[in-house]
Design a protein around this ligand. Structure first.
Ligand code: COA
Length: 400
């Protein structure tokens, strides 16, 4: 197992320590709901290169910056699929799915729809809320395991948004933890790289890789996109208080969709050429999952990760406003919340309407909660992602 926090501290002080004698001070955070963070140690120093706009140069600059979440958006496909609809194609029932998962509906892309367009729509909404022009975006991180091109789809979002300054754009593949990892990556680009406006988009179309005859998996997943704009700010406004990330390759056996050689190409290579060459064309198999193993992993590892992030942030679970977990299964959400002693009214849940939308689930739920007036400016959120890889992680953030 690898623990990202062991190599890579999120705190601004440690970044500066390597380069400059830090000046240590106490900074007072003013938002009322986070009792535990009224005092935080911080260091102030600045190391800068020549003043150039981020679009002109990517030369790393170490600047005492913070980062904050300033806009969010989401989009779902038009086609809604209910549990009763699924009961027409596999041996299941609305009651079984509702009781075991909490899911009632999900949205699914049709063959005419584009995940990239959905992601661009979510990103556009996030930019509008943040009142940031697409030309001022300097990084697009598309967190997805289902891009519409082998080489990634992030650049197509940059194009769809009409970002004239050609911001850097690339994909991050980390399944249902993708958005969390994207968020922390954005913070690192801002804190250490001189970037100013980073779009973090979680978008997935797992419906394209689900075996629609397998009742154990097809009932769980839906398609969606969600986005957050992360913006540079001064260190006093910093909105990422702590994070914790892990991976365990051994756990891949419990949730995967490996490549398989295409049947149709089996005759290739039988012409006397070197055995195994040329390679056959491959595609991805359907999602294979040991549901109860994944369930156990989530309930065991996610609370530990959230506790670790809270500790780094100098907070306790009782001082956060919202627990926002990857929306996999209501029973997982309930079990994690119970372990952390977070009451149900502070747990954000929208999976009843969307199912498990993989990398999209956290920004989709955040967007709904923000636009619905639930999450308010200054609220502290403990967010956690977990999924295939296995990967999992958490972050404590403040909304705007
Ligand atoms: N409808 C009706 N019966 C179903 C069914 C369905 N959709 N899916 C499975 N069953 C049956 C099984 O065949 C089994 O029958 P049996 O006892 O006769 O063998 C029975 O229900 C129990 O199956 P089991 O797999 O033990 O159920 P479960 O309580 O573990 O629930 C999941 C299955 C998938 C809902 C649950 O394990 C889960 O949500 N796990 C986490 C998965 C997840 O979140 N993955 C993504 C992580 S990012």
């Amino acid at each position: 197992m690898a623990n990202a926090s062991g190599h890579f501290s999120p705190s601004i002080p440690s970044l500066r320590k390597r380069n400059n004698p830090p000046c240590i001070g106490i900074y007072r955070y003013g938002f009322p709901s986070a009792e535990g963070i009224s005092k935080r140690v911080f260091c102030s120093s600045t190391i800068q290169g020549a003043e150039v706009s981020p679009s002109q140069s990517r030369v790393p600059r170490l600047i005492s910056k913070g980062c904050k979440l300033v806009g969010c958006g989401s989009a779902v496909p038009n086609l809604k699929v209910s549990n009763d609809d699924l009961a027409k194609i596999v041996d299941t029932s609305d009651e079984w799915i509702s009781v075991r998962t909490g899911i009632h509906n999900r949205y699914v892309l049709t063959s005419n729809d584009s995940l990239t367009a959905l992601a661009a729509e979510a990103a556009q909404k996030a930019l509008q809320m943040a009142e940031v022009d697409p030309d001022d975006v300097d990084l697009v991180l598309l967190c997805t395991s289902t891009p519409e091109d082998l080489f990634g789809s992030a650049t197509q979002i940059q194009k769809a948004l009409g970002c004239k300054n050609n911001p850097l754009a690339y994909d991050i593949t980390a399944a249902c933890s993708g958005f969390l990892l994207g968020l922390v990556s954005a913070a690192c680009y801002i804190r250490g790289g001189g970037f100013s406006n980073v779009l973090v988009i979680g978008a997935d179309a797992l419906s394209r890789y689900v075996d629609w005859t397998d009742r154990g998996t097809c009932i769980l997943f839906g398609d969606a996109a969600g986005a957050v704009l992360v913006q540079a700010c001064n260190s006093e406004e910093d909105g990422l208080f702590g994070f914790d990330m892990h991976s365990d390759g051994d756990g891949l056996r419990n949730l995967n969709a490996p490549i398989v050689e295409n049947e149709v190409d089996r005759t290739l290579g039988s012409n006397g050429s070197v055995l195994g060459f040329p390679p056959r064309r491959s595609s991805y198999s359907c999602i294979q999952m040991k549901g109860n193993e994944v369930f156990r992993f989530a309930v065991r590892c996610v609370p530990q990760s959230v506790e670790s992030s809270l500790q780094k942030a100098g907070l306790t679970a009782s001082s956060i406003d919202w627990l926002l977990l990857h929306q996999a299964n209501q029973r997982i959400l309930d079990a994690v919340a119970t372990r952390l002693e977070v009451p149900p009214e502070r747990v954000i849940s929208n999976l009843a309407n969307y199912g498990n939308t993989s990398a999209a689930s956290i920004p989709l739920a955040l967007d709904e909660a923000v636009r619905g007036g639930k999450v308010k400016s200054g609220d502290t959120i403990a967010a956690a992602g977990f999924g295939a890889g296995l990967t999992w992680g958490s972050a404590i953030v403040r909304w705007r």
